[in-house]
Design a protein around this ligand. Structure first.
Ligand code: G3P
Ligand code: MG
Length: 243
């Protein structure tokens, strides 16, 4: 099977991350899927943003969990990247699913539950997926294995993937125990033997590979998916790799 190219936070090398314009560009580049990050607002609305605070990508400060969505929805999340993107607003998961549902893209939702546990985020996200009938092309990933166990308890058919920065015996044991479908590994931990071990029972994804050397290494090792900010480069190398 050929490696799928997943746009990490959208086409985030060329557009402000996790915005509609980044997702649209990734789609027009021909990415196979989109990765994005999910937090919960104070009024339990899932929103797409990487950090637990708005500090880095808006002119405001504070934790997502302390704002209602109404308080966040007017914030400009694009101009930190370039003034050209001053019209970009924080997306809710609903808005994202509504945009993606008629496009042939896989969906990779990373639950950012490592710092805060966001009560019932798994249930809320699964309900949203169900309302758009998108459970079968979504993978839910997290560094927090408890979130993944909860997802499987709520809906065993939704794919899950454990995010990890390293792959040891203990991670291997946890991967089996938590019944995840895949492992998303940080590139620096990638070795031929780790790929072999993981692929005996799971699929392997690699994050975040942006330069030719790393991307080619993932292709060489036959990784199942890669997460990249640089979709055009990854697609071009993938084509070259085939020939
Ligand atoms: O899904 C892989 C990757 O997104 C994990 O790291 O910090 O970019 O969300 P981060
Ligand atoms: Mg992420």
């Amino acid at each position: 099977m050929q490696t799928s190219v997943i746009a990490h936070r959208g086409a985030s090398a060329d557009r402000p991350e996790n915005t509609l314009t980044a997702f649209e560009l990734a789609y027009s580049y021909g990415a196979h899927g989109i990765e994005t990050d999910v937090h919960l607002t104070k009024d339990r609305i899932p929103v797409l943003i990487h950090d637990p605070t708005v500090d880095r990508v808006t002119q405001s400060t504070g934790y997502i969990k302390d704002f209602t969505y109404n308080e966040l929805k007017t914030l400009d999340i694009g101009s930190w990247y370039d003034p050209e993107y001053t019209d970009q607003r924080l997306l809710t998961l609903d808005q994202f699913l509504s945009w993606i549902h008629d496009k042939p893209l896989t969906i990779h939702l990373e639950l950012k539950t490592a710092k805060f546990n966001y009560p019932e985020i798994e249930k809320i996200v699964i309900e949203k997926l169900k309302s758009f009938n998108l459970e079968n092309r979504t993978t839910i990933s997290s560094f927090n294995a408890h979130s993944l166990v909860t997802v499987k308890q709520l809906n065993p058919f939704i794919k899950t993937a454990l995010l990890t920065n390293h792959y040891s015996q203990s991670v291997h044991k946890r991967v089996k125990e938590y019944k995840v479908d895949g492992v998303h590994l940080k590139f620096r931990a990638l070795t031929p033997s780790v790929v072999k071990t993981i692929q005996k029972e799971h699929y392997i994804g690699v994050f975040t590979v942006n330069d030719s050397k790393k991307i080619n290494q993932c292709y060489k090792l036959n990784c199942d998916i890669i997460m990249t900010d640089n979709v055009p480069l990854a697609l071009q190398l993938r084509e070259e790799y085939e020939h």
